[in-house]
Design a protein around this ligand. Structure first.
Ligand code: DX5
Ligand code: ZN
Length: 218
């Protein structure tokens, strides 16, 4: 499973006055995906960026765009983000009453679907949805801000999701997001994660390629 590890660099941590150069920097340094955090100030107590910025990103990106929607009623915007170049769209189970419909909508747009849970949300809430999705995102910090400390208690949820997927013989990605660096990545990998989102650690690194390699465990 771990031979297909993906590093998804979170643009929330980049120099936003120079997004194109920052995208080139992480692409040349070996990032597999670009992680694009959308916040609406309602689902999370912060605003980030939305459609026009992803449309612009899509013009310059050469690797897949991994869109993380932290917004209420995500179904309203699925088609727009699909058109704006998302290869994968992840939404929060806490943000909708009809997660099955959101997953179907994402797939109907030809995009891979991910479902995410906050640190306080138990895996039981999404266990019936795991057969439908391509990825589960376990938030390893409270969503809303970059630069927070990794919450170790979330590791057991990574383990649980990987166990459920293995039992179902379902080959899904298990993504972790928040406080990921060379050390926390090892713990997540041992728990069964294979997609690592990282903003602060990657973009603050002097040697970006070395930072990405270190998350990969190289
Ligand atoms: C937080 C976002 C993350 C964030 C991670 O709500 O979902 O993607 O950018 O940033 P770091 O790596 O700094 O914890
Ligand atoms: Zn994110």
């Amino acid at each position: 499973m771990n031979n297909r590890i993906k590093i998804s660099s979170s643009l929330l941590g980049c120099d936003l006055s120079n997004i194109q150069a920052e995208v080139r920097r992480v692409e040349q340094a070996g990032t597999d995906w670009l992680h694009f955090d959308v916040m609406d100030g309602v689902f999370v107590p912060n605003l980030s960026f939305g459609l026009p910025v992803q449309q612009a990103l899509n013009k310059v990106a050469t690797v897949p765009i991994d869109t993380h929607l932290m917004i209420v009623d995500p179904i309203r915007y699925i088609e727009d983000f699909a058109k704006a170049g998302s290869d994968l769209i992840t939404f929060h189970v806490e943000s909708t009453k009809e997660p099955e419909k959101v997953i179907e909508k994402i797939h109907s747009c030809g995009v891979k679907a991910g479902i995410s849970i906050k640190p306080v949300t138990p895996v039981g809430v999404i266990s019936d949805l795991i057969p439908m999705v391509d990825m589960v995102l376990i938030m390893t910090v409270e969503p809303g801000f970059g630069g927070q400390g990794f919450i170790h208690e979330t590791l057991k949820k990574v383990r649980m999701v990987r166990e459920i997927a293995d039992r179902l013989n379902k080959d899904i990605y298990v993504e972790v997001d928040g406080g990921i660096n060379d050390k926390t990545a090892v713990e997540c990998k041992n728990a069964g994660a294979d997609v690592f989102v990282s903003g602060t650690y990657i973009f603050n690194a002097k040697d970006t390629a070395a930072a990405i390699k270190s998350i990969r465990g190289q």
